[in-house]
Design a protein around this ligand. Structure first.
Ligand code: 1QQ
Length: 391
């Protein structure tokens, strides 16, 4: 359940603000008349640029996703700039994949830059704190890769276009079971990260409901480099497949060491596997890996071919899922702003929760009033160094 402020609570909050002598510009959501325009939808014209704050991991452990996200957002907002009526001012902060920097960047965007909406951070690990701050300040925040359970429950200002890991695993594990005839698995999971720990819980639930036996269940922590003792136990258990919940920093040495130690079982990965970085770093060791996610270059969704072409032309590399979800964030924000032709925080918050079956490159996508995304998951397998849809 999300907390919705009742009239009495709202009135009390107004009084509290007044008594604390907060000037209008310092108030959590000082509405700006210049952000209210005329017309709606494609006809909407707003005089002032709408400020969008991005908090992305452009360096550090999650830069593998953050760099693609920055480019996806850049392309998305560039295309919007060619449209008449609404201009966006995008302010980007690198959170360096650390919690402290992520919190400071979010606070700067909220209080100093006074952005109308936040996009990011890249990791759920950071979002559980920064989204609390956004919620408290009354600033809508849109997660583009924050897939852990509980993200949108933080509050009514929190949204995501990142397919939750509960949905991705509920698609990938049964698909892997069908494709591989799975009866048993070993789980290897990073217990020190919010996303990987949350995904672990989901894995246990889905494996149970699929009647797949867990014959080994080994843990490690972000930053670990040697996984040989866990892998020895996995090898002894001789599972039909290995289910892995880890970010690339651990996954790359872990999968390499697994293959070196003679574990040939296929692997099923979490959201971090939706990255060409895995294929690049793992080479043959990535072959056969199965992962559920939000996007594929093979999706025949509206605009996908054009997106892939424009991205590849501009950045000289193919986009990935993280770029695709980031690109869609620009479209969602534009949709939310134009709905009431209002670029203020409150209007964006109201309208982000009303996205119904919007045609996007991720397929038809909805965001409900709880802030949760609804779209079809895609299950892919790495074959011959490329992702392809698992049939
Ligand atoms: C999360 C994730 C990561 C894999 C994003 C890069 O899904 O932190 O929620």
């Amino acid at each position: 359940m999300r907390f919705k402020m009742g009239t009495a609570a709202a009135a009390a909050a107004v009084l509290l603000l007044a008594s604390a002598c907060v000037s209008e510009s310092d108030a959590p959501d000082a509405a700006d008349d210049k952000l209210v325009g005329k017309g709606t939808g494609d006809e909407c014209v707003i005089d002032s640029p709408v400020k969008v704050g991005l908090v992305l991991s452009l360096t550090g452990g999650a830069a593998f996703a953050g760099e693609y996200q920055q480019q996806g957002l850049e392309l998305g907002f560039e295309e919007l700039a060619a449209k008449e009526g609404v201009k966006y001012e995008v302010i980007t902060e690198d959170d360096e994949t650390t919690l402290d920097v992520s919190i400071a960047a979010t606070e700067k965007l909220i209080n100093r830059d006074k952005v109308s909406v936040l996009v990011g951070p890249t990791l759920s690990n950071q979002a559980f704190s920064t989204f609390e701050d956004a919620q408290e300040a009354g600033v809508p925040a849109l997660g583009i890769s924050t897939t852990a359970e509980g993200i949108t429950e933080i509050g009514d200002y929190i949204f995501r276009d990142s397919l939750p890991e509960t949905e991705a695993l509920a698609a990938s594990i049964p698909a892997a079971k069908d494709a591989l005839g799975l009866k048993s698995v070993a789980i290897l999971s990073d217990s020190a990260d919010e996303f990987t720990a949350s995904a672990y819980t989901t894995m246990i639930e889905v494996l149970k409901s699929e009647g797949i036996e867990v014959v080994a269940d080994e843990k490690f922590e972000t930053g670990d480099e040697d996984f040989r003792s866990q892998l020895t136990k996995v090898k002894e258990a001789n599972p039909d497949a290995v289910v892995l919940s880890a970010l690339p920093g651990a996954t790359i040495p872990l999968v390499k060491q697994a293959r070196e130690s003679g574990i040939t079982a296929p692997m099923i990965g979490g959201n971090a596997f939706n990255s060409p970085v895995m294929i690049k770093n793992l080479g043959d060791a990535a072959e056969g890996l199965i992962v559920g996610g939000a996007w594929s270059d093979a999706l025949e969704s509206q605009g996908n071919a054009e997106f892939i072409a424009a991205y590849t032309e501009k950045y000289d590399r193919a986009p990935d899922q993280f770029a695709a979800q980031a690109y869609v964030a620009a479209q969602l924000i534009d949709q939310a702003v134009r709905a009431d032709c209002d670029g203020n925080r409150e209007a964006i918050k109201d309208n982000l929760g009303q996205i119904m079956e919007l045609e996007t490159i991720l397929g038809p996508l909805s965001i409900d009033e709880e802030g949760e995304v609804h779209q079809e998951p895609v299950v892919q397998i790495i074959k011959d160094g490329k992702f392809e849809i698992l049939k």
